[in-house]
Design a protein around this ligand. Structure first.
Ligand code: PMP
Length: 473
């Protein structure tokens, strides 16, 4: 355990952090005032911070540690892979066994568990963001090779999160990620957010809400011209946006619109992939027919930074036919298809299969969801508790009758998450609407869930009077 209080340490880790580290997605002023929260160790679903405080991790890191922390099998696989071939690349037909086997396995999982036998090839990156940058470029590449170079715009959705590199940030439909960054404009357009609880009009049925979403999409396509739109990108269940589950029938109808206008579907399964929703892939859960699937996080359970873009046969056919004008595929990264990452992904998938973690996600997720719903049913500021598998969100409201949101500056979700952490439970406050999310390792047990439910219900009781003051009730 790291010890900050050793007598000879006159320069603490906290100070060192403040003086040397530029934290992503952090308020610099708050960081300088409050300092870092340094994690020490982790095993299974249990974290221990550097001062020895135990925390039950219901965040799974950033929705990514699907098999849980500290798996010796993965450490062994990584060690062996490093000793065998710590690096090789994929450029110019170079290859390696682990990455070949992983690609075949990913396609097999989609075929067997998601009915997606139209998926044909896997391209690798290192993060969800760079995979979506790749996808952004593949849409353009496809348009150019097909001889429809004007068909390049991409439709995303309000509330979407697709990463923060230059192109991925444009796909992200959450205003706070755009505000200070002067992102390029004019290539990405945003259709309505499919979140019934918050965005339905008073008295509007879910079916009528869904009609309105589809009408908005159609109107956007008509306005821009279908001949200029290459793709539509969607998280099957929006994660960072607030664990937003689409209304019944939404994706079938979206798919029909896209098919009619010859628009590709990119399913961003960075969170939903690899069992998070209780299905292997949400592509199967919603019977989607994506032309590109984005994968990251659960692919390696965050034991290695690795992402993938899985592409369809129809895109592959166009790429394969190639073009004399454009020559070889001039896109790829030093670490595309890293052999150590691939070996880690294989070991991770072995654990998921051996321990039946996808089924556990469905079963334990339903248990956690039901428990949270029951314990929070009477809480005056809990609006909706929703989820699929182990992807669960609790949305707050200042008034349950009218569903009035809290004021943006109230940050009730951040207050709840930080109180929970103080109480020994890690959940995350999300940035779009007032939601905290639960996304623990898929290996979590029902006993762990009972503990999480108790800790969360206790936390909500602790903050009720503060929420009342913010709600003005
Ligand atoms: N897509 C989705 C759906 C995500 O949730 C995330 C990250 N939370 C990303 C893309 C970006 O991934 P990364 O942070 O690895 O770049």
């Amino acid at each position: 355990m790291l010890d900050l209080d050793t007598p000879d340490s006159n320069y603490s880790l906290e100070e060192m952090d403040r003086n040397s580290l530029f934290h992503p997605l952090t308020s610099i002023s708050q960081h300088m005032a409050n300092g870092p929260q340094i994690m020490g160790k982790a095993k299974g679903v249990r974290l221990t911070d550097h001062k020895g405080k135990p925390i039950l991790d219901c965040s799974g890191g950033l929705w990514c540690v699907n098999v849980g922390y500290g798996r010796p099998e993965i450490a062994e696989a990584a060690k062996q892979a490093i000793l065998d071939l710590n690096y090789w690349h994929l450029f110019g037909s170079a290859s390696n066994e682990a990455t070949i086997r992983l690609s075949d396995r990913i396609l097999g999982l989609f075929h067997d568990h998601a009915g997606a036998d139209h998926l044909a090839r896997v391209f690798y990156g290192t993060s969800g963001s760079d995979a979506n940058d790749t996808n952004f470029k593949l849409v353009r590449y496809y348009a150019n090779l097909r001889g429809t170079p004007e068909k390049k715009k991409i439709i995303s959705r309000m509330g979407a999160y697709h990463g923060l590199t230059m192109a991925a940030a444009q796909l992200t439909g959450i205003p706070s990620y755009h505000k200070a960054w002067s992102l390029p404009d004019g290539e990405v357009f945003y259709t309505d957010c499919p979140h019934y609880y918050r965005f339905a009009a008073a008295g509007e049925s879910e079916a009528a809400f869904c009609d309105r979403l589809i009408a908005d999409l159609e109107a956007l396509i008509a306005r821009e011209g279908a001949n200029t739109i290459g793709a539509f990108i969607a998280e099957p269940i929006m994660g960072t946006g607030g664990v937003l589950i689409p209304p019944a029938g939404y994706f079938e109808r979206v798919q029909a619109v896209l098919d009619r206008h010859d628009i590709l579907l990119i399913a961003d399964e960075v969170i939903t992939g690899f069992g998070r929703t209780g299905a292997w892939f949400a592509t199967g859960l919603y019977t989607l027919k994506p032309d590109i699937v984005t994968l990251a996080k659960g692919l390696t359970s965050a034991y290695f930074p690795m992402s993938a873009s899985v592409i369809s046969e129809r895109m592959w056919k166009v790429f394969e036919a190639g073009s004399a004008e454009f020559g070889p595929v001039m896109h790829g990264f030093t670490y595309s298809g890293h052999p150590v990452g691939a070996a880690i992904a294989m070991a991770n998938l072995d654990i998921m299969e051996r321990e039946g973690l996808v089924a556990n996600s469905a079963d334990t997720g339903a248990y956690l969801l039901a428990g949270l719903r029951e314990r929070l049913a009477e809480h005056p500021y809990v609006g909706e508790v929703r989820g699929e598998g182990l992807m669960i969100g609790v949305e707050f409201t200042a008034d349950r009758a009218t569903r009035r949101p809290f004021q943006a500056g109230d940050a009730v979700h951040r207050l709840v998450a930080s109180k929970a952490q103080e109480n020994g439970l890690m959940v995350r406050a999300l940035p779009f609407i007032e939601v905290v999310s639960f996304s623990p390792a898929l290996s979590i047990t029902k006993a762990d869930c009972d503990e999480a439910i108790d800790l969360f219900a206790g936390t909500m009781a602790d903050v009720t009077s503060q929420l009342a003051a913010k709600a003005g009730t």
